[in-house]
Design a protein around this ligand. Sequence first.
Ligand code: GLV
Ligand code: MN
Ligand code: MN
Length: 417
Amino acid sequence: MLKKANAANIQNWLDKINTYNSTPDFGTTRVLFTECEIEAREYVKSEMKKLGLIVREDSIGNIFGTLVGSQPNLPLVWTGSHIDTVLNAGMFDGMAGVVGGMEALRLIKESGIKFNRSIEVVVYTSEEPTRFGLCCLGSRAMAGHLTLEDTKKLKDENEKTLESVLTDLGYDLDKFKDIQVKKGQVFGAIELHIEQNNKLEKKGLPVGIVKTICAPTNYSVEVIGCQSHAGGTSMEDRRDAYTASCEIALILEKLALKCNSEYNTATVGRVEVIPNAVNVIPGKVKFSIDIRDCEFETKTELIEELIKEIKKVEEKRGVEVNLIKENNDVPMKCDQTIVDILRESCEEKKIPYDMMISGAYHDSMFVGEFTPVAMIFVPSKNGISHSPDEWTDYEDIALGVDVLAKSLLELSNKEKL
Ligand code: GLV
Ligand code: MN
Ligand code: MN
């Protein structure tokens, strides 16, 4: 019999990981390969070893902790998430899935139940785009969408390339090709994650099962107007890069609101106004656009409309708009058989659940390109995430882990999907 997950264990691990934090006075910040992130990696690896897992790391820092099954040559079962964060984040986004995976493996190991396929908890490198501006670096490389050449082009704000950061840390880039996971190597994967929306809380449900993961398209935008005197330049004569940017942001919002996809979002999250002075009309504005959708087609239509509208803003306001597409990712449908296993696990454990769409992206979006995936969500208090106010009750994570452990065991003993 599988024992119930231990909420205190989960809390201890999360609390300890949360001590590796570069902004302890305002939420949690743990940016890829900074001192605290490296320390958190070492801590997680040491806890995996204490659980009796075999630990290895690939050339981009994806960490694997293996619980060896009775048929270790069969394709593996995966669970896991990430431990890097956005700036001033909470202590659950990503970490709940890593710690939840470790707790699930502990339950399986201690139950003494025979399981065939080995089960691995994976810590994916840099799910957040915080340092290099591109999300899901580890899982993207696994899926073959991030090459060694790409690591030479990705730069952080100090112009350091991902390649040089990896080299300095001693990762063997001669083995970069080995990061890619071939179809058939992994049997299936289940990621546990906090919901980052308020739907479970509103319905009073402890668990969500994800049917589709929305994927982002990201642009860096540069609007060039004419820097000039705030008093001296008449209203009709100005080419204000900031008001043009605001108009683009509002158009984007309008397009997202009228889009008839089942779930979509659009956000301008980073804005840089140049020169950023009280009495100067901004000559240049740089900002980010983040568009998500559960369907690639509706996302593409929205982008085409946005580009048309931006042309009109350029003409009307006499500004130049340069759009740089950073990524254009494809939404992932979760695997129906694994979804059914999750539903059955919930039903057997009498845990009420709902089916849902993930508006946030996850490493499973890329993992799903080489193996069937599904996800378990646990409730986020007030739906808040990417914020110091992010919260999920440990008992809810424990319920999610109960579903996870049962489902991983099922997958491990399943012949085919
Ligand atoms: C991941 O953190 C996302 O932005 O969806
Ligand atoms: Mn996140
Ligand atoms: Mn996450």
